[in-house]
Design a protein around this ligand. Structure first.
Ligand SMILES: NC(=O)C1=CN([C@@H]2O[C@H](COP(=O)(O)OP(=O)(O)OC[C@H]3O[C@@H](n4cnc5c(N)ncnc54)[C@H](OP(=O)(O)O)[C@@H]3O)[C@@H](O)[C@H]2O)C=CC1
Ligand SMILES: O=C(CO)[C@H](O)[C@H](O)COP(=O)(O)O
Length: 492
């Protein structure tokens, strides 16, 4: 198929990059009435999209064989979306677009870019009179096609132009679009990064719950699919719980084996979880759930290490649950459900803490309640739970700690006895539960009136004269540890 030369200024918006996300986002825009210019590095994808969907029934596509024709086909001021791999590919495409654009035009990066790259690109584009918008998009293939959650950063002026289009194509929750302007330059990609970090934690706690139930009850995946489906009827109602039931129910047709038992147990990652943890360390925010979930993926993929450790005796005991006793079985399932819920509260609380710290560090005025509200539909972490988070921040935008606010404070205190039992049982049975265990430790850390951090300060002062503060007097102190009688000096 030869791609014809498009008429100048015949498209309202363009999409460069027609992979899984770009092609579906372009179809979503066309279905919503926009004339969409489409192009791709390799023309085959452009041809495929037009061949499959270019008959007019899904709206108007304006295909272009190359970037010159693509830019020429856009109405002024031009809006071009980049949907390619993050990193060097995004830089290459942005530079090629910028070279062909004029002041006032808008380049939108809808990929999963690192927010610091977005800050750099926005400054680069601004110096050329262009707008650069880093927009987080979540929802996967189906979301891109039928309505994702969209988190655009950039200038308010660029949002004035983009907002109506993005709000129209986004998911809607009770009539409200799941799209809002997040803040300047990298704010949109920052919150998308944390969204993905929370996604990692959410997926890991579900996996830990599955593993405990599988071992503790010696239950088949299809039985556990029913358990997850029933959980999806209550306070755990979420997309990730819903698809967990679907995955567990899937049977491999040729072998008749549950598919989950045939999938290699090594979890991959494309980088957003790692970036969340790296950034959290820079901000000094403990996102222990996200951190443990990211490390758990890494540990699962540590082939050599797992092979070397396989024969080690963990002296693991049994669960001691009589799964033929419905009462014992149901009590265990309920404990695991509560443990999952408590860990989920911790992960979201930590994620929103990170957003608050990131916003403060970068001068972004991020509306956390508004953000929670646009995660209620369209995105991968969509959950009934986010309605409560929206309300909590609406009631008090400067909440110091989400898990200490209602309804989470009541719910986590109710759930924590179950979390303790489950973590203890997992430890005895030798089942790894890194996020359950770290969530419990985090909860116990922040609610503790006195921490052994005091001893660490003493150790630091001993070996490095790093000083300490006292609870009974203001000032900075140092003990002369090497001197006779170890006198204390006030250093500030
Ligand atoms: N898949 C998902 O669920 C989600 C993905 N994202 C993000 O969206 C972006 C696209 O992902 P996805 O659609 O899944 O990826 P795909 O692998 O399906 O497509 C990748 C696209 O990038 C293009 N590309 C790669 N390198 C270059 C380059 N150097 N110059 C120009 N184009 C290039 C490819 O072009 P070509 O055909 O020529 O190779 C192709 O169009 C990524 O940033 C991803 O992280 C965001 C949310 C969800
Ligand atoms: O952004 C997404 C969903 O919100 C993507 O699906 C992302 O690629 C998932 O990350 P990973 O591949 O690391 O699991």
């Amino acid at each position: 198929m030869t791609i014809p030369i498009p008429a100048p200024a015949s498209a309202d918006i363009g999409v460069y990059g027609l992979g899984v996300m770009g092609a579906n986002l372009a179809r979503n825009l066309a279905r919503n009435g926009y004339r969409v210019a489409v192009t791709n590095r390799s023309a085959a994808r452009t041809e495929k999209l037009v061949a499959a969907h270019g008959d007019g029934s899904e709206g108007v596509f304006v295909p272009a064989a190359d970037i010159d024709r693509f830019v020429a086909s856009l109405e002024r001021p031009r809006v071009a979306i980049i949907m390619v791999l993050a990193g060097a590919a995004t830089d290459e495409v942005m530079e090629q677009l910028a070279a062909r654009m004029e002041p006032g035009d808008i380049i939108v990066d809808c990929g999963n870019s690192l927010f610091t790259d977005t800050i750099r690109r926005e400054a680069w584009a601004r110096a050329r009179g262009l707008h650069f918008v880093g927009a987080g998009v979540s929802g996967g293939e189906e979301g891109a096609l039928w309505g994702p959650s969209i988190m655009p950063g950039g200038t308010p002026e660029s949002y004035d132009r983009l907002g109506p289009m993005f709000e129209k194509i986004s998911a809607h929750y009770q009539g409200q679009p799941c799209c809002a302007h997040i803040g300047a330059d990298g704010a949109g990609h920052f919150v998308k990064m944390v969204h993905n970090g929370i996604e990692y934690a959410d997926m890991q706690v579900i996996a830990e719950a599955y593993d405990l139930l599988r071992h503790g009850l010696d239950a088949a995946p299809a039985t556990l699919a029913d358990v997850f489906a029933s959980w999806n009827e209550g306070e755990l109602d979420s997309y990730l719980i819903e698809i967990t039931a679907e995955v567990l129910r899937q049977v491999d047709a040729p072998t008749g084996t549950p598919l989950v038992d045939l999938i290699v147990d090594r979890a991959s990652q494309k980088g957003t979880g790692k970036w969340t943890v790296q950034t959290a360390l820079d901000l000094a925010v403990p996102v222990t759930g996200i951190g443990e979930a990211t490390f758990a993926r890494g540990a699962s993929s540590g082939v050599r290490q797992r092979e070397a450790a396989r024969a080690l005796d963990g002296h693991a005991g049994g669960f001691g649950i009589d799964s033929s006793d419905p009462g014992a079985r149901d009590a265990f399932i309920e404990d695991v459900r509560q443990a999952l819920y408590a860990s989920k509260i911790v992960a979201y609380s930590q994620g929103f803490d990170m957003i608050a710290e990131g916003a403060a560090a970068h001068g972004w005025d991020i509306d956390k309640g508004g953000l929670a509200s646009i995660w209620r539909a369209g995105c991968i972490i969509r959950a009934a739970f986010l309605d409560d988070i929206t309300r909590a921040y609406a009631a008090r935008p400067d909440l110091p700690l989400l898990l200490a606010a209602e309804p989470f404070a009541t719910r986590i205190q109710q759930a924590v006895p179950s979390l303790r039992r489950v973590v203890a049982l997992a430890a005895v049975a030798g089942v790894p539960v890194p996020v359950f265990a770290s969530s419990l430790s985090y909860f116990d850390t922040i609610r503790s009136p006195r921490l052994p951090a005091a001893l660490i300060q003493g150790q630091r002062d001993f070996f490095g004269s790093h000083t300490y503060h006292r609870i009974d007097r203001p000032g900075t102190f140092h003990t002369l540890w090497a001197q006779e009688g170890r006198p204390e000096e006030q250093w500030g």
